[in-house]
Design a protein around this ligand. Structure first.
Ligand code: AMP
Length: 271
């Protein structure tokens, strides 16, 4: 595994290859990331993983500062996975140039997380657009755990006629049901249990509203979630994941999207 901190040396290396399968991450690697990397490794291109905690997608400085980082451990893990390239850029390497494409923000970027984390998706697209400019990957592997960002990145790529292909990867969960996330490392045992109970509650709820939409009684559900130990709920809404249309009546094709807090830890999921 070769490690790069500078885009020019990375580009020189990539030029020698047929192309790359790219897995962008913010580090704090877990089973979710590993499954993306394993899928990337199956492609015929070189596997390139990046670790960059992108300050522009955090709407609170304190959240950026407390984001879990463990680069030494991540490097060890990536070596074991035998990826080809690891790119760990500094801020200037990413933000010190003007990318070819302007970012395209679909109107969905104002919904759900976009509504509650002002500037978040703009920050995500800004960094992804820059990574694409530097790397020009053949494939980009993204997790459905962050389906909203995946959808917006797809829209950007379509609109700007970028040649990279997005590969959508399933959400990997802990045995207790919680979606793997770097932020889970901040949960204590009791908070894990709360998150797990909330996951199981939502699974049951989804089954019920598939049969009878009147079970989607948002004030009762929010009360139940608070009783289960959530501190605050940003949103709980049903969307068709093909076109991101809001669901308001009984439907077969939808995901339940949630963002909630346990104390000051914000968790998102879609079920
Ligand atoms: P992050 O490091 O949180 O920015 O995530 C990097 C990539 O890993 C994104 O494409 C995420 O959607 C994906 N990812 C994060 N958690 C999971 C998970 N539990 N299952 C599958 N993919 C995930």
């Amino acid at each position: 595994m070769k490690i790069f901190k500078n885009k020019h040396t990375l580009q020189k290396e990539i030029l020698k290859t047929k192309g790359t399968s790219f897995v962008p991450t913010m580090g704090g690697l877990h089973k979710g990331h590993i499954s993306l990397i394993k899928q990337a490794k199956k492609s015929k291109f070189k596997t390139l993983v990046s670790i960059f905690v992108n300050p522009k997608q955090f709407n609170k400085k304190s959240d950026f500062r407390s984001y879990p980082r463990n680069t030494k451990r991540d490097i060890k893990l990536l070596k074991r996975l035998k990826i080809d390239y690891l790119y760990i850029p500094r801020f200037k390497d990413i933000y010190g140039f003007r990318p070819k494409n302007k970012i395209f923000l679909d109107k969905f970027s104002k919904k759900l997380c976009g509504k509650f984390r002002k500037g978040h998706f703009e920050g995500v697209l800004n960094v992804v657009n820059r990574f694409i400019d530097i790397i020009k990957p053949r494939y980009i592997f993204l997790g459905k755990k962050d389906y909203q960002q995946l959808f917006l990145i797809k829209k950007h790529i379509e609109k700007r006629k970028i040649k990279s292909k997005i590969i959508e990867c399933n959400t990997i969960r802990e045995i207790n049901g919680i979606a793997c996330s770097s932020r889970n490392s901040r949960l204590d045992k009791n908070q894990m249990k709360i998150a797990s109970n909330i996951y199981h509650y939502l699974r049951k709820l989804k089954k019920k509203i598939k049969k009878d939409y009147s079970f989607f009684n948002i004030s009762k559900i929010k009360k139940d979630l608070i009783d289960l130990g959530a501190s605050k709920i940003d949103y709980l809404e049903n969307y068709n994941i093909k076109n991101f249309k809001l669901i308001k009546k009984r439907s077969k094709q939808f995901n339940l999207f949630i963002a909630y807090y346990i104390k000051n830890i914000r968790l998102i999921d879609n079920i």
